[in-house]
Design a binder for this molecule. Structure first.
Ligand SMILES: [Fe+2]
Ligand SMILES: [Fe+2]
Length: 181
């Protein structure tokens, strides 16, 4: 995987632009649903993705790296497109797509936390693990919404993440094997 700092930079750039795509897509998503609880929850998720983007941007700045302009452009187009599609895609497809994406985001921040520790930036770990936990909550919400749907219950779902507590226990197990034993 090369130098840990390079790997950390790559994953932070990916996450930074990923949050832009996600936030724009959720903006379209919450505006496309009519249930007030769904609207409020997805709106809050949008805000959380903007907050993540700010935090990840801060980390990139602290290691003296900038976001990838090409990735930023792609993320903007992707986010706007998905946001618009939510208005024509019906109720279930955006919920399903979001849940699947959030499952990946959990893993992405867990990996970033491990890379930060290896790259000599332990000060990022707490924040990255907390973001993984917030993505866990997002995944759980979208999963529950898909499962509330008659057709959604019959669809094969993406693999469920381990329990939320595993985000921290697995990190400790892998980075301080002796302390966890
Ligand atoms: Fe996020
Ligand atoms: Fe998320």
């Amino acid at each position: 995987m090369g130098h840990p700092l390079e790997a950390l930079t790559a994953i932070l750039r990916l996450a930074y632009s990923g949050e832009l795509a996600a936030a724009l897509a959720y903006r379209g998503h919450w505006k496309s649903v009519s249930d007030p609880d769904d609207r409020a929850r997805i709106h809050r998720i949008e805000d959380e993705e903007w907050h993540h983007r700010e935090l990840v941007g801060g980390m990139l700045a602290r290691i003296g790296r900038s976001p990838s302009p090409a990735r930023e452009r792609r993320a903007w187009v992707m986010g706007r497109t998905l946001g618009l599609l939510c208005h024509v895609a019906g109720w279930l497809a955006p919920m399903y797509g979001a849940g699947k994406l959030e499952r990946r985001n959990i893993k992405e921040y867990e990996t970033a936390a491990r890379l930060a520790a290896r790259a000599g930036h332990p000060e990022f770990v707490e924040c990255l693990l907390t973001m993984a936990e917030v993505e866990w909550d997002h995944e759980a919400y979208f999963r529950s919404r898909v499962l509330s749907h008659r057709l959604g219950r019959r669809l094969p779902l993406w693999p469920a993440p381990p329990p939320k507590s595993e985000i921290r226990t697995s990190f400790e197990r892998e980075t301080q094997p002796r302390a966890a034993a």
